[in-house]
Design a protein around this ligand. Structure first.
Ligand code: NAD
Length: 434
């Protein structure tokens, strides 16, 4: 099929590349000229395992193209995917200005009938609005069918998730469009669930809100465990053995971040509020996460009294391993608070340091490797469980730091092992080793 993808961010680029890989002719469109130039040269602007090589392969086979010109992308397109950002507005709800612009672009430049597929995460009712905006801006009155096809990929494993996801959701009232989508996704061999437009839009928000709730729930359990002398790792394992609960997303830590959970939970509170429903549970999920992000700093304050003048090594800055995405990463709240408290912060991340420098306080300095970060530090905080950070031996902290005092926000180490090495070790939901 001929496909156009609007937006070449994490979702659009991965979607475009994977659809080219399954034999379609794909044109990816972005308004960011620099990005398009890089992409044409086979350089991925984002760090995503496996993406760049697959992109280069499909560029060389002539199945993948990049352009800034919407009309070029739409000329032959049977399907047009909208994959632009829907960031959070300062007052909470999703900012739909990029979606509206994409819809206007389609209206102006569409010259043949096409199926419009909204992959961006959008509030319930937005797909209908997109159709109306396209019609209002249409120059050639082409027939447009609309499909909601929310995306469930995870950054850091986006390519693999696209080929091996649990389900594909297709929301549409149009049978022909549903058939075309089912055909498009057939090579992926993933179960397709067909539903109506509004339910598909809601499935995405409800899924993210539920996963965020699981994380905040286990974090609350971890806080109670600390007070009662129970071990949250053992509790989570025991809970996860129950198939109704399952082990995933029961990892206690310093909370969720990233480009989706924070904005989507806030947006859903707003979506419910718009129809006069107070989503009390979700409001608590958000509040718990906010407190949890700076938990290590409060633990360190309790331990040291003051952090003024202390050198703090932050190990891992991205919101999770295997990505360079810094959007809403817990490291932002941690670095801000540490800086406010007068600590000297040195950050290390295997891939996200450049992105981090744009959003962390300007006082933060960056280390090229864990050794440089830890050398001369008074305490270390593990914020992201990158393999490079997990690979550190307890002896490394002892060798490089002023005093081996470690605050682990991702429970990477066994407290008993740390004890046997005479380390001071504080983690989440487990007794500290002093
Ligand atoms: P992103 O910010 O990384 O990328 C968006 C891209 O769209 C940018 O490159 C921007 O230049 C481009 N763009 C904006 N307006 C345009 C226009 N009119 N024409 C052409 N290009 C335009 O966004 P993302 O992280 O890929 O997220 C996209 C959507 O998918 C969001 O709604 C998000 O919530 C959702 N989503 C994201 C993830 C994720 O892990 N990132 C997962 C599932 C769903």
């Amino acid at each position: 099929m001929n496909i156009a993808v609007i937006g070449t961010g994490y979702v659009g680029l991965v979607t475009g590349v994977c659809l080219a890989e399954t034999g379609n002719r794909v044109t990816c469109i972005d308004v960011d000229e620099q990005k398009v130039l890089k992409l044409r040269d086979g350089i991925s602007p984002i760090y995503e395992p496996g993406l760049e090589s697959l992109m280069i392969e499909n560029l060389s086979r002539g199945r993948l193209h990049f352009t800034c010109a919407h009309e070029e992308g739409f000329r032959e397109a049977d399907l047009i995917f909208i994959c632009v950002g829907t960031p959070q507005r300062p007052d909470g709800p999703a900012d739909l200005s990029y979606i509206e612009q994409a819809a206007r672009d389609i209206g102006r430049h569409l010259v043949k009938p096409a199926v419009i597929v909204v992959k961006s995460t959008v509030p319930v009712g937005t797909n209908e609005h997109v159709k109306a905006v396209i019609a209002a801006n249409s120059r050639h009155s082409c027939q447009v069918r609309i499909v909601s096809n929310p995306e469930f990929l995870r950054e850091g494993s986006a390519v693999s998730d696209t080929f091996h996801g649990d389900r594909i959701v297709i929301g549409t009232e149009d049978d022909e469009a549903a058939e075309l989508m089912t055909e498009l996704y057939r090579p992926f061999g993933i179960p397709v669930y067909r539903t109506d437009l509004r339910s598909a839009e809601m499935i995405k928000y409800a899924s993210n809100a539920f996963l965020a709730a699981k994380i905040s729930f286990i974090n609350e359990i971890s806080n109670v465990c600390e007070k009662l002398g129970a071990d949250v790792e053992s509790v989570a394992y025991g809970m996860g053995l129950d198939q109704r609960i399952g082990p995933q997303f029961l990892k206690a830590g310093i909370g969720y971040g990233g480009s989706c959970f924070p904005k989507d939970t806030n947006a859903l509170v707003q979506i419910a509020g718009n129809v006069h429903y107070e989503f009390k549970l979700l409001k608590s999920v958000i509040e718990v996460n906010r407190d949890q992000q700076t938990k290590l700093v409060h633990k360190a304050l309790e331990r040291f009294g003051s952090l003024k003048g202390l050198r703090v090594a932050l190990l891992g800055l991205a919101f999770k391993p295997h990505t360079d995405d810094m959007r809403e990463a817990p490291s932002i709240a941690v670095a801000r608070l540490l800086t406010e408290l007068g600590a000297q912060v040195v950050g290390y991340d295997p891939v996200a340091a450049t992105q981090a420098a744009r959003v962390l306080p300007p006082e933060v300095v960056y280390a090229a490797d864990p050794q440089q970060a830890l050398s001369g530090s008074d305490l270390a905080m593990i914020l992201t469980e990158w393999p490079q950070i997990r690979a550190l031996e307890p002896a490394d902290f002892r060798r490089w730091m002023n005093e081996p005092v470690v605050f682990d926000g991702r429970n990477c180490y066994d407290p008993q092992q740390m004890k046997s090495m005479n380390m001071e070790y504080h983690s989440i939901g487990r007794a500290s080793v002093l």
